[in-house]
Design a protein around this ligand. Structure first.
Ligand code: SF4
Length: 342
């Protein structure tokens, strides 16, 4: 009988980034105890968006994370808020400002929700040493647009939203989600929409000591500006240019559409199958050391200590727990890749 092995898109991406990181995460199943700021914040926004689309109320998902936040020690909360020397807003405030802005700009959203957090598992043509490879994943959202076409939506939180022409704006492996959706559910999906949400909330303008509006350059949005004008009893006409610009579009939200292309699907599928084969057949999990290791990899200290031949027993105990079940995750903020860099 043929054995089965499943591989998630996230797992493929981790292996492609660094086989050693893959070993720590998927073979040894190490889970860092310390919460990563982009990961925690990204998952939080993601959850709020999820309940917005399922139950019409973002506050349900938000409340789950507020609960988690309240259970953290004060030092943990402070560590998450601190970036360099600056202590930022508590996360509940950040997320509620992000979500209020999202709802304002997309208040007339023509999207009709078809499925939310849709799990799938599909058989691939790949068999390695008698093991049949299946791909699995979770689709954030499937919607029907105003023309009746189906789209797969991937929520992305990032401190800097890339330009639509940037190669990395398209998370390439996701381009096989339409292929998987067809196999798993028979859906003819038009393509992927990357739903970018900036992980920094709009900045509130400030008044100087003399009561004038500070001229410091800030990035804000329409609802935040209007609230500031109202609360300080200012004349909206004095902000006519900014109001006009910000009313049309938010600098904190972008949606990029990538229609399904057969050639791209085939190329990405071939890449994915080659990576899945390498996961099954490569014994040595090599290190891919780059300048991003220190900032982006949660296993950095461990990897470095082992490279230098140190005993890491204590470090492992102090910094990690073990994931009991096989790691199942989705693309997005859980990939340690949507790091904040500003
Ligand atoms: S620190 Fe770098 S080389 Fe080591 S596991 Fe992480 S990504 Fe790989």
């Amino acid at each position: 009988m043929t054995e089965l092995a499943t591989v998630s898109w996230s797992e493929l991406k981790t292996f492609q980034r660094c086989p050693k990181q893959h070993e720590y995460k998927y073979t040894q199943r190490l889970v860092p105890k310390e919460k990563s700021r982009p990961l925690f914040l990204g998952n939080w926004v993601h959850k709020a968006l999820e309940t917005h689309h399922t139950q019409g109320n973002w506050k349900i998902g938000h409340a789950e994370y507020v609960n988690q936040w309240n259970k953290l020690f004060e030092e943990e909360r402070l560590a998450l808020r601190t970036r360099g020397k600056r202590v930022g807003l508590p996360f509940p405030d950040i997320v509620s400002r992000i979500m209020r802005s999202y709802l304002w700009y997309y208040r007339d959203d023509p999207w009709e929700t078809v499925a939310v957090e849709q799990e799938f598992e599909v058989k691939t043509p790949l068999e390695v040493n008698g093991v049949r490879i299946y791909f699995k994943g979770i689709i954030d959202l499937v919607i029907r647009d105003e023309e009746g076409r189906l789209w797969i939506i991937d929520h992305k939180t990032a401190s800097n939203i890339p330009m639509p022409t940037a190669f990395h704006a398209m998370d390439p492996q996701l381009m096989i989600y339409p292929w998987a959706a067809k196999l798993a559910f028979g859906w003819d999906v038009a393509g992927i929409i990357y739903n970018y949400v900036k992980s920094k909330p709009p900045t509130v303008p400030q008044l100087t000591k003399t009561g004038l509006v500070s001229r410091r350059k800030i990035i804000t949005d329409y609802p935040t500006l209007m609230r500031f004008i109202k609360e300080n009893d200012l004349d909206p006409e004095d902000f006519a240019v900014a109001r006009k610009q910000l009313r049309r579009k938010s600098p904190f939200l972008k949606r990029y559409r990538y229609p399904r292309e057969k050639h791209v699907t085939v190329e990405i599928l071939k890449d994915a199958l080659a990576t899945a084969r390498a996961i099954q057949t490569t014994r040595r999990r090599t290190r891919t050391i780059t300048r991003d290791c220190q900032r982006m990899c949660p296993f950095h200290d461990l990897c470095r200590a082992e490279l230098n031949g140190f005993d890491t027993t204590m470090m492992r105990r102090q910094q990690f727990t073990l994931k009991e079940n096989k790691v199942v995750d989705r693309f997005g903020p859980d990939d340690y890749g949507e790091e904040e860099s500003d």
